[in-house]
Design a protein around this ligand. Structure first.
Ligand code: ATP
Ligand SMILES: Nc1ccn([C@H]2C[C@H](O)[C@@H](COP(=O)(O)O)O2)c(=O)n1
Length: 228
């Protein structure tokens, strides 16, 4: 448990492993809150673009992270609208370019510190599903259940490729694979809070699993922990 007795399920893993998809389904199934921590790093990246802050200007990035003026607004169709400094940025933060910027700013320890309490504040009754890279290792080390989703880089690239094609966007599978490998390298090898499974995490290799199979496996783990 974390933040008192509020139960938390953490879901960490590399880009394209299915964290966001599974966390949304879990939150709906359990009727718990959802923290999309990657969105916070993406928001810092986007705010930097808006304010003309270079990604090597550590001090300015830390100020942006500490003072992020962001609202997460639940909509009637069960999605979340994200508003940054009064501007709707729900889709704007999801581009590959902003994802890359997020991965760069996320390597700055002081940026991570500036976002820590904001993330922990998401833990409210009846429970929280926390999606990210360091949810089980750093942000919620006392979580009731820790899941680490993995999949081969090739499979994750295909998933991302299909996602972009389904949105009517052009994409190169090779370029996506290279982006994923570069992002893995940055996220796994940074000095602070690198992406890795917590010692007590349940690791699921989802390379050959459908979304329904992954959800069922995680729900089984939740049941074993008495979380539903
Ligand atoms: N087990 C699966 N089998 C096939 N496709 C999947 C599976 N899990 C997720 N997907 C698809 O892969 C794509 C990426 O999934 P998702 O956005 O959930 O990954 P993620 O781990 O949250 O990535 P990121 O960290 O970059 O946000 C989506 O289109 C999703 O529908
Ligand atoms: N807990 C987290 C969440 C995200 N990041 C960084 C690393 C990712 O490459 C980037 C974008 O995340 P995504 O939205 O793709 O899940 O943000 C992190 O370091 N720690």
């Amino acid at each position: 448990m974390s933040n008192g007795q509020v139960p938390v399920i953490t879901v960490d893993g590399p880009s394209g492993s299915g964290k966001g998809t599974i966390c949304q389904l879990l939150a709906r199934e359990l009727d718990w809150g959802l923290l999309d921590s990657g969105a916070l790093y993406r928001l810092v990246g986007l705010a930097a673009r808006h304010h003309g802050v270079e990604l090597d200007d550590k001090e300015a990035l830390v100020v942006l992270a500490a003072h992020l003026d962001v609202q997460f607004i639940a909509t009637e169709d069960d999605t979340v609208q994200i508003v940054l400094e009064g501007e709707e940025v729900t889709d704007a933060i999801r581009t590959e370019a902003v994802g890359k910027d997020a991965s760069i700013v996320a390597a700055i320890p002081e940026v991570r510190d500036a976002l820590l309490e904001r993330q922990r504040a998401f833990a409210e009754e009846p429970g929280l599903i926390a999606d990210g890279r360091d949810m089980g290792t750093v942000v919620f080390p006392e979580a009731a259940l820790k899941i680490y989703l993995d999949a081969s880089a090739d499979e994750r690239a295909v998933r991302r490729y299909n996602q972009l094609i389904n949105k009517g966007l052009g994409a190169s599978l090779q370029a996506i694979l290279e982006d994923i490998q570069a992002r893995d390298d940055r996220d796994m090898n940074r000095a602070v809070a690198p992406l890795k499974p917590a010692a007590d995490a349940v690791i699921l290799d989802t390379t050959k699993m459908s979304i329904d199979e992954v959800l069922a496996a995680v729900m089984d783990e939740a049941r074993h922990k008495g979380l539903r």
